[in-house]
Design a protein around this ligand. Structure first.
Ligand SMILES: NC(=O)c1ccc[n+]([C@@H]2O[C@H](COP(=O)([O-])OP(=O)(O)OC[C@H]3O[C@@H](n4cnc5c(N)ncnc54)[C@H](O)[C@@H]3O)[C@@H](O)[C@H]2O)c1
Length: 308
């Protein structure tokens, strides 16, 4: 293989993402971190699983950005994660410096890359990477909606006792307490869940989805979720590498779409080799638009603190 994906940050999300991509033979993977030896150790461990997994992907761990040169896709997962009682917003200033540093280093060696951000607070960190990289907006976007939708899909499938493969869900807005799960567009075999479940069960699923990250943090006590986040990111990388034109909820830079201007917010986007090919502007009800406006306002406030 010679297609290359770099994962910046070899912690829980980064290393699990590297493992998933290597197992699926998506590309060769470079895992980079500031901690010496750790990405090399994890990279070697994943490499040694390859014969058993039947994958010819090459994995290297490194502390040197030279090894990342020529990456088609780079995923930034570097930064601190939440602890119980912390909101994603509490990570703002620390992760801003980290994402800035990673973006600058990546761009020196992979100026043509598609850049995906995972570090939290997600929407604000996308804004940092966009600003620092100077890349066109279609090549900088973030992962959150696929994860939030996957959580909602899981809860719907569990509630109705049906296959997860039958369930689609849509979550828009910022990746925080104000995210906007949309029951109207969440379906089982094409049937909206609003026709399958009483309102209070739909509301409970919406609430559990919005609280999905915090639920895991409070159980783990140290660190935050990484299995579902890495699966969700791998799906987005797959869509880009295979030029799939796949519609997924992604954190994208908006210039008037959904009434939002100059801000990264989660919306349905079509992903292909170039990155974001198109934003799907679905018609929202007044209530849904009001919820999205509120979510965008929360992102704007956070980004304002950074004075980018
Ligand atoms: N967008 C989402 O939906 C989503 C989901 C889960 C986690 N996250 C976020 O992803 C980030 C990573 O989470 P995690 O659980 O993997 O955390 P983690 O602590 O396990 O790993 C973070 C890694 O980043 C590394 N790092 C720190 N500064 C760095 C730098 N300047 N350059 C390179 N590496 C650096 C650390 O050494 C560490 O290994 C957190 O900010 C978390 O909140 C986002």
């Amino acid at each position: 293989m010679n297609r290359k994906v770099t994962v910046v940050g070899a912690g829980n999300v980064g290393a699990t993402l590297a493992q998933r991509m290597a197992d699926r033979e998506l590309a060769d993977v470079v895992l980079i971190d500031i901690v010496e030896g750790m990405p090399q150790g994890k990279g070697l461990d994943i490499q040694e699983a390859a014969p058993v997994e039947g994958s010819d992907a090459r994995i290297i761990g490194t502390n040197d950005y030279k090894d990342t040169a020529g990456s088609e896709v780079v995923v930034i997962t570097a930064g601190i994660a939440r602890k119980p009682g912390m909101s994603r917003d509490d990570l703002l200033n620390t992760n801003c410096k980290i994402v800035k540093d990673c973006t600058e280093n990546i761009l020196k060696h992979s100026p043509n890359t598609v850049l995906m951000v995972v570090s939290n607070p997600l929407d604000a960190m996308c804004q940092v990477a966009y600003k620092v990289s100077g890349l066109p907006k279609h090549r900088v976007f973030g992962m959150a909606g696929v994860l939030d939708s996957a959580r909602m899909r899981s809860f719907i499938a569990l509630e109705l006792g049906v296959s997860v493969e039958n369930v689609h869900a849509f979550v828009l807005g910022g990746h925080g307490d104000t995210m906007v799960p949309l029951p109207r567009f969440s379906t089982v075999a094409g049937v909206p869940i609003t026709e399958l479940l009483p309102k209070e069960r739909v509301d409970a699923i919406v609430q559990r989805t919005a609280n999905g990250g915090a639920e895991i943090v409070s159980l783990l006590k140290t660190g935050s979720a990484y299995y579902a986040p890495s699966s969700s990111t791998a799906e987005m990388v797959d869509a880009v590498l295979k030029d799939k034109h796949k519609v997924l909820p992604c954190c994208c830079y908006l210039e008037g779409e959904f009434g939002v201007k100059g801000l990264y917010v989660g919306v349905p986007a079509q992903l292909g080799a170039k990155g974001v090919e198109k934003i799907w502007q679905i018609k929202l009800t007044a209530d849904e638009q009001a919820a999205l406006d509120k979510s965008a306002a929360a992102v704007k406030e956070l980004v304002g603190i950074l004075k980018l």
